[in-house]
Design a protein around this ligand. Sequence first.
Ligand code: MCN
Ligand code: CUN
Length: 803
Amino acid sequence: MGDMAELQEREQKLQGMGTSLLRKEDAKFIRGQGSYVDDIKLPGMLFGALVRSPYAHARIKGIDKSKALACPGVVAVLTADDLKPVNLHWMPTLGGDVQAVLADKKVCFQMQEVAMVLATDRYTAADGAALVEVDYEELPAIVDPKHSMDKDAVVIREDIADKTEVGHGPRTHPNHIFTWEAGDKAAADAAFAGAAVTVREEILNPRVHPCPLETCGCVASFNKATGHLTVYMTTQAPHLVRTVLAMLSGVAESKIRVVGGDIGGGFGNKVPVYPGYVVAIVASIVTGVPVKWIESRMENIGTTGFARDYHGVGELAADADGRIKALRFTALADHGAFNSHVSATKLPAGLFSICTGSYAIPNAYCRVDAVYTNKAPGGVAYRCSLRVTEAVYLIERMIDVLALKLGIDKAEIRRRNFVKAEQFPYTTSLGWTLDSGAYHPALDKVLKAVDYEGLRREQAALRADPKATTLMGIGLATFTEIVGAGPTKVCDILGIGLFDSCEIRVHPTGGVIARLGTMTQGQGHATTYAQIIATELGLPASDIVVEEGDTDKAPYGAGTWGSRSTPVSGAATAQAARKIKDKARQIAAHLLEVAEADLEWEIDRFKVKGNPEQAKTMKEICMVAHTSNIPAGMEQGLNAVSYYDPPNMTFPFGAYLCVVDVDRYTGETKVRRFYALDDCGTRINPMVIEGQIHGGLTEAFAVAFGQQIPFDDNGNHLGNSLMDYYLPTSMETPHWETDHTVTPCPHHPIGAKGVAESPHVGGIPCFSNAVIDAFAHLGVTHMDMPHTAFRVWQQCHALGLDR
Ligand code: MCN
Ligand code: CUN
């Protein structure tokens, strides 16, 4: 017993994987000691403010800078013409397109960047921006993507009107970006032709915005004497940004340093390279002094990476007992005026092809047409795993529609179609190999926890009661995610493979510093990567420092998005630690004068098998590694780096259930219960996971019940302030109940899958399914998000429920 207690104590000291270690980074955040980009103040720094277009589509006939330049404190006004000599008026996007840095002859969306005013302080810069006079000639705007490819549609992108493709295959219209197809159309069509039942529904994912608390910004500092460029910026992918900046500016990549610093939420908004960054950099190169540019809230919501705007039609074919035979999906994707939608070269529709979900669907076909409109560019970002939200929304909505048509219970129809445990690894009809899963036990655990049968009985009783003032809806979502981009043979951005990295240095006294290619924005990386190393190396997490975001220090990696940090850098971390452990074992064998094979690892030390008194702790080995007492020919030190190229994506999954009460007179909805079971394989830090689930569910709640960016017919943005755009507070946010199962990832060194986006991806259809389920007995099969009280009331009213 004494031994057990001692082992436990040693294990506990490490605070390794599986423990809910409090977040190491929070000590500074809760004391207000974080350092965000706007906290950076450099001597002689100028401030940039952007002049933006009031029109969604217009020609620029002239720009008069004189009044702005006359304003005391204004130093310069930059326009596209000023960027032309350095060839920086256009830039490549992460989606294979080009984007105007400052509008060149015309503007293509409201609030597009037209000029930057540089001044000695932020207020003067804003005053100067208001004084720049731009002569516009308004053009008709295309707002509805359904009209983008009309015969007589106005050409939005005159700069590429003649181009037959922009990065992703042939174009059929000047406003067309690409067509992407997956699956076997003929086989899917044949399955539909012979099916007992088919269902079809228009499925819209409205335009939304992640709206992180900190807006985007940067401080660019070019040193004319050394030729070095340092950019402090809000970025989720500092290394990719550095590469883009090198391509753009011609400055050697070794002389560019991108520093991420602390980031107040990214949620995908901070992956792209925005015009404001580039103009600030040019401004610093030209003036030789640092230049700061920080967005306002309205600029953030109005111009930076939005999400979704997917206008789809889903269809399922099934036999009479609800076994799905085929899936078809076509969508029109509104990418705005430039294709700045972050996507791997070979995956223009992201990972949409995960849309077969958790189900064994033998035939599937999808087609997405992406088009330009006169709206801000973007399309993919918002806790989404790259179009997985749209994919999961499609399948989880459609399976409910099918259940309704067949009169089969919504849990039962899922159970009938799940990929079975013994079928893994399972290759879907759209080509992904789901590595592992245990869908039936997950769903059953949830149904039992909430007493699903009891809830359905309560719902039936309520429906039978003519005096009932509320409608009760029960929503389910049993989703499969795809995260961890990704295998470099499938995924690259601008030609760079999406591997990631970790470098570990162990110091003589056992302290460790680890540097990674990823970039935390609030996910808790300083804590969780330390826990992986703690378990792997037997050194306490408290002494392990994690650093990310400074490209001069960290090894190359593609950054933090698509929940890829754990699947890719988490694996690199374990691999680097294992290289160190291998060397430590050699040293231990040398010290103990035994063969390596005679050693066994126990928590924090190597012991001689059968002679447990003989042992060397990792701490002891750390010191010895820096002396002459190491095996002949070995080099000193305990350092390693790993660049990890994952063999496959990881496929976390979950089973969510939501109970919603709808007031039939007002359309108000109240989430009575939300039960979320997630399976992300091996769990590194249960508390951090719980935090991620809470955050992701809250964002799913926001999307399902209130968020949308509307435009009028002229392309005027109707909701880019927090007066209009819905951000739920603790008052509106429901209580979350969380649960888990653990199905380790077979190809990941520690068996972990990503988790951060699951709650968003799985949460949205669960809420929608709950709201629509409340009306299911009245023949309603679908309602579009967001389910605001007004919209839900309209449904009640149409059904005569409010009388
Ligand atoms: N984790 C764990 N065990 C696992 C999986 C994950 O303990 N099996 C922990 C990780 O160690 C990490 C966190 O959970 O601390 C999230 O890990 P992961 O799922 O790998 O996702 P990333 O770290 O790559 O985060 C990216 C993801 C994305 S794409 C968006 S969008 C989003 C999200 O993270 N943006 C966020 N969550 C966010 N949370 C905060 N606070 N701020 C954001 O901007
Ligand atoms: Cu899609 S939002 Mo996250 O991948 O940065």
